[in-house]
Design a protein around this ligand. Sequence first.
Ligand code: COA
Length: 345
Amino acid sequence: MTAACSKASEHTLVMKNNCCLTGLGYYVPEKIMTNHDFALLMDTSDEWITTRTGIKQRHVCTHQACSDLAYQSSVLALKEASLTPRQLTHVIVATFTPDAFIPNAACLLLEKLGHRNIAALDINTACTGFIYGLELARGLCMLPGEANVLVVASEVLTSRVNFADRVTCVLFGDGAGAAVVSSSCHGAAGMSGRLVDVNLKADGALGELLTLKGGGSAHPLALGDTVTENFFVQMAGREVFKHAVRSMYNVSMEILERNNIRSGDIDLVVPHQANIRIIEALAKKMNLDPANLFVNVQKYGNTSAASVPIALAEAKETGRINPGDLVLLVAFGGGFTWGSALVQY
Ligand code: COA
């Protein structure tokens, strides 16, 4: 590459680093399952679930699949971004509970949106999926030309939860959250947020602590097989808990430090909604004012990748985010994967 070329591309990257969240939306299925409903089905209680997790209820699908939830949240995000589906340049769906292996959820979503001939891909980084999707969108926004990337995280966790395992089945719920990530902030109907930075991590050595193996090529099913426990989410709860707190703390502090920000400068932290005790432990370690923490785990349970965009969209909808606010997103999930993002409104 000549010196002139390299200068021009540097200039382009700097000029185009205006990546912006121009629209948000979320959707949860209508049916609600409370802790009391679980207590009628198995040996558990509202008291146990509430004190160990903070969860009081979760929304569950009766007939909808991943792309159906994704579609509903996308329509709302597009409306807020003042865009039609045809103005989208890429569709990314973060999920580990897609409608099918093939076609992927992003292609199904694209069809539901009435669009075609653009890139549509699924990513699976478990509960960190939305933040990974934001980083991919940020990269796409830096390429030449205008980009409007739809990043959706959609999960039907209840399709892969073992209702005979009382330790895990009470934790999860279904839902979807969507963001339109555009190469500029112009034109959106609502308040836009500039995507300042994203920080992603992974460690495959710890993967065995949180798994969903059955049906994968290492654990194939043959015609007539019955599914066993490994067809469902399995996890070493206490170990996962410790890693979640430590990793979300580290990845948060790292992104703050490299942007010269103190935790006290953050107006709102939107953490992965897995468990109130994980969120409180993170807040304590980061020395956060509880007023600057967004929590909705009591209503939705752990919706995996969807939890951060649902919480972000709900925080914005309920007036918890104001112009000028600096928002920190942080998540942790199977793999292990974890990540943080900074959004300036
Ligand atoms: N209802 C009633 N009792 C239950 C129960 C339930 N739903 N689930 C477990 N128990 C019982 C256990 O059988 C055990 O009983 P015992 O002492 O008689 O053997 C007791 O409660 C303690 O179980 P344990 O698994 O040690 O509980 P815990 O305090 O670690 O809490 C989790 C379990 C799953 C809530 C907790 O480990 C956790 O939140 N981990 C993180 C999970 C998570 O959020 N993962 C996703 C991150 S992306």
